[in-house]
Design a protein around this ligand. Structure first.
Ligand SMILES: Cc1cc2nc3c(=O)[nH]c(=O)nc-3n(C[C@H](O)[C@H](O)[C@H](O)COP(=O)(O)OP(=O)(O)OC[C@H]3O[C@@H](n4cnc5c(N)ncnc54)[C@H](O)[C@@H]3O)c2cc1C
Length: 491
């Protein structure tokens, strides 16, 4: 039996560990923090419990896979409920649109807003998304690439993607289906999840729209923190050794140059391979100081960052407020120009307000609520002094809450800025890693193998396939496949 260490108990690390356990390895997971989750974190403050990272949980079948391959039942250990509406979108003209869980409800919702021709277009749009998804998952997302030439291994899929308009702009592609600007925004803002403006993102990223608007947004019983907690528990039950408060400070090589172990919590642990899930530039700086980071990292395009304001308030939201509320500003193209190109704060920002306590009563005391307000802001490559900016930014967010009718009598709060993300080891102060430009996608994204130190593999949002909970779950599987090939080939 080979021994494999997984560095980090975030969702990438937990997914890798589950695949490695299933493959019969002796697995030790070494985590710096006091519990699992990483970016899917928790903050307990003044009687409130805040989920501090991902809020939009999609693609539960990828979680099912992580549980089932170690003989665990996701439905029992992590009950999920589909949110309906998935989103409430609010526009500057005072109108609203809901993203509904059910296709016929969605058609009715669009029709109800007086958009009859757009309602007729919806089924064709959904069929287009389904075809994109079915092509992209097996051929380009759930697979390891050794070189860009591997793209030629699926010429039919690539040709079909081209035929579907996958390499045109996302915004143009969605406009082919819908006339109303509000729908175009609703079905393209997901480009921001990939770190791009909708007009700049390729239409292949419509799969993100598919994953949340069509396949649905879910919420776990017990809050988002239940996801890593349940998976870590299932891993322990399946025999993995999970060690918390155990930072890894070094890698050990044998005389032939192969990985032979790790130094964690002051202890030397002999292992045959390692899956590193630290943010990639940090992994190179802290654990591989003698190796130059992958070439692309020096000149990489990084995703914008986010201000996240966690607020515990007296009172509950008025009827109609949804779990996820997107407040689209009047400005659109100019906002992306400011945020992505000029790296400035948006002068008229769009924001997401998530009210976890609506579906997680334990998050807030009786008669109180938790609010999670997210505003995209530039990463630390911008000329913004967050020490000076955090006060005014917090005031703007408070006015925004009050203006939009949310309870705003604050009991406790925490504002997270790009400086805080950087302090947690996230390059350029962004939790969303490398943007998904064409040359930072698929075989062009930093590889999950370090050939200069055999036995070292990577998972997480800085490597393939990319950013977000579904993608990092896949990244864990891909890294585990690499480990299997390495250890299998070695023996
Ligand atoms: C504010 C925010 C909102 C988001 N919203 C969404 C969303 O709505 N939907 C979505 O799908 N995704 C969202 N994401 C993205 C998603 O959360 C991440 O892509 C994903 O959780 C990253 O997981 P990971 O395992 O790759 O990284 P991490 O979670 O960062 O895991 C890395 C782990 O390594 C540990 N570590 C670091 N250094 C060491 C060391 N030296 N030794 C041992 N351990 C170490 C860290 O403590 C951490 O636990 C959001 C992220 C944030 C922060």
């Amino acid at each position: 039996m080979s021994r494999v260490a997984v560095l980090g108990a975030g969702l990438a690390g937990l997914s890798a560990a589950s695949q490695l356990v299933a493959d019969g390895h002796d697995v030790v997971v070494l985590e710096r923090d006091g519990g699992p989750g990483g970016r899917a974190g928790t903050l307990v403050q003044a009687g409130f419990t805040f989920d501090t990272g991902p809020t939009v949980l999609t693609m539960p079948d990828l979680l099912d896979r992580a549980f089932s391959r170690i003989g665990a039942n996701r439905e029992e250990l992590l009950p999920l409920r589909r949110l309906d509406p998935a989103y409430r979108a609010l526009y500057a003209d005072g109108s609203q649109l809901l993203v509904r869980a059910n296709a016929s409800d969605q058609v009715a919702e669009i029709r109800r807003r007086g958009l009859a021709s757009d309602a007729v277009a919806l089924p064709g749009f959904v069929a287009w998304l389904e075809e994109l998804y079915a092509l992209e998952m097996p051929n380009f997302i759930e697979r390891n690439f050794d070189s860009p030439l591997d793209l030629l291994a699926s010429p039919k899929a690539a040709a079909r993607l081209l035929g579907l308009g996958g390499f045109s702009s996302l915004e143009k592609a969605v406009r082919r289906w819908f006339r109303d600007d509000r729908l175009v925004r609703l079905f393209t803002f997901q480009a921001m999840y990939a770190g791009l403006a909708p007009a700049e993102a390729l239409a292949i990223y419509a799969v993100i729209t598919y994953m949340d608007c069509i396949r649905g947004v879910y919420f776990p019983e017990g809050g988002m923190r239940a996801v890593p907690t349940a998976l870590a528990g299932a891993l322990s039950a399946a025999g993995a050794d999970l060690r918390y408060d155990c930072p890894v400070t070094g890698l050990i090589q044998d005389s032939s140059g192969k990985l032979a172990g790790v130094v964690a919590g002051g202890e030397r642990i002999a292992v045959d391979a390692v899956v590193v899930t630290l943010d990639l530039p940090t992994a190179y700086r802290q654990l591989l100081p003698d190796l130059a980071p992958p070439r692309g990292l020096a000149k990489a395009a990084w995703s914008p960052s986010a201000l996240v304001w966690h607020v515990g308030v007296r009172g509950t939201p008025r009827p109609g407020v949804a779990h996820h509320n997107i407040h689209f500003a009047e400005a659109w193209e100019s906002s992306f120009e400011e945020l992505v190109t000029r790296k400035q704060l948006m002068s008229d920002p769009s924001r997401l307000v998530t009210v976890h306590s609506l579906d997680d009563p334990a998050a807030a005391p009786e008669g109180h609520s938790t609010l999670y307000v997210l505003e995209p802001v530039p990463h630390l490559g911008a000329d913004i002094d967050w020490t000076a900016e955090r006060g005014p930014a917090r005031e703007r967010l408070h006015h925004f809450l009050a203006r939009n009718g949310y309870p705003d009598d604050i009991v406790t709060e925490r504002l997270v800025t790009p400086m805080d993300w950087a302090a947690q080891g996230m390059a350029m102060g962004t939790p969303f890693s490398l943007a998904h430009t064409f040359f930072q996608t698929g075989p062009f994204r930093p590889s999950n193998v370090e050939p200069r130190l055999p036995g070292v593999f990577f998972a997480g949002s800085g490597t393939t396939p990319g950013v977000g909970v579904p993608m990092v779950l896949v990244s864990g599987e891909l890294a585990a496949q690499r480990v299997g090939a390495y250890l299998g080939g070695r023996s």
